[in-house]
Ligand binder design. Structure first.
Ligand SMILES: C[S@@+](CC[C@H](N)C(=O)[O-])C[C@H]1O[C@@H](n2cnc3c(N)ncnc32)[C@H](O)[C@@H]1O
Length: 201
């Protein structure tokens, strides 16, 4: 997987939703039990909006950030079709001002940054969560490397439990699960090694 906004612009630059329009299963299974109704949610690396739009439909106030313009255009088409509003910012997540004690939840799903940048972002997320704010994170883990069901081409871009424990040592971890899941989202289909993580400030 190449990185950078031009790569994603090309990927998203056709009418089909690359990751489909159904929300991420892990998010659906866990948000309601962990997050108070009406909370303010920040989704980073949101893509074409399947998760932000679903969250808005559940009554959360959602802000989405992604650096791909076509992705955010598709996000707003999806939001309009479902009669919900999502505030979006076209920005590199590293340039976006996350704020301090600002969000009831941060959602970080399948965004794979180089280790140094990733750790910096993780630290900024901790700062940006409100007291008792929750982080929902799902990513591909090391076992996915080389599998045909997708993922980055460089092994250091994958997540591990150790990375999460280290970067979020000052949050209370309520879920840290490594599993193989059959994923069908848009054109992505197959057994996939993921790690999912929920932690509260
Ligand atoms: C694998 S897709 C996942 C999209 C979405 N989270 C989902 O689960 O459907 C990764 C997304 O992260 C975005 N992205 C990657 N690096 C980024 C960065 N540094 N700043 C902003 N967006 C980024 C890409 O544009 C892409 O939409």
């Amino acid at each position: 997987m190449s990185t950078g906004a031009p790569f994603w612009d090309r990927k998203y630059g056709r009418p089909e939703y690359v990751y489909g329009t159904e929300p991420n299963r892990f998010l659906v299974d866990h948000v309601t039990g962990c997050l108070k109704p009406g909370g303010e949610v920040l989704t980073l690396g949101e893509g074409e909006g399947r998760n932000a739009v679903w969250l808005a439909g559940q009554g959360y106030v959602v802000t989405a950030v992604d650096y791909s313009r076509p992705a955010l255009e598709k996000l707003h088409i999806l939001a309009r079709s479902q009669g919900v509003e999502v505030c979006s910012y076209l920005s590199d997540v590293m340039d976006f001002e996350l704020g301090e004690a600002r969000w009831d939840a941060v959602v970080l799903l399948h965004m794979h940054l180089p280790p140094r940048t990733r750790s910096l972002l993780h630290r900024r997320i901790v700062k940006a969560l409100c007291p008792a704010g929750v982080l929902f994170l799902e990513a591909l883990r090391c076992d996915q490397f080389g599998r045909r069901s997708g993922g980055p081409e460089r092994s250091e871009l994958f997540y591990s439990a150790e990375t999460l424990r280290r970067d979020f040592h000052d949050l209370a971890i309520s879920r840290l699960v490594e599993e193989d899941r059959f994923i069908e989202s848009g054109e992505h289909r197959g057994w996939t090694s993921v790690i999912n993580f929920i932690a509260r400030k």
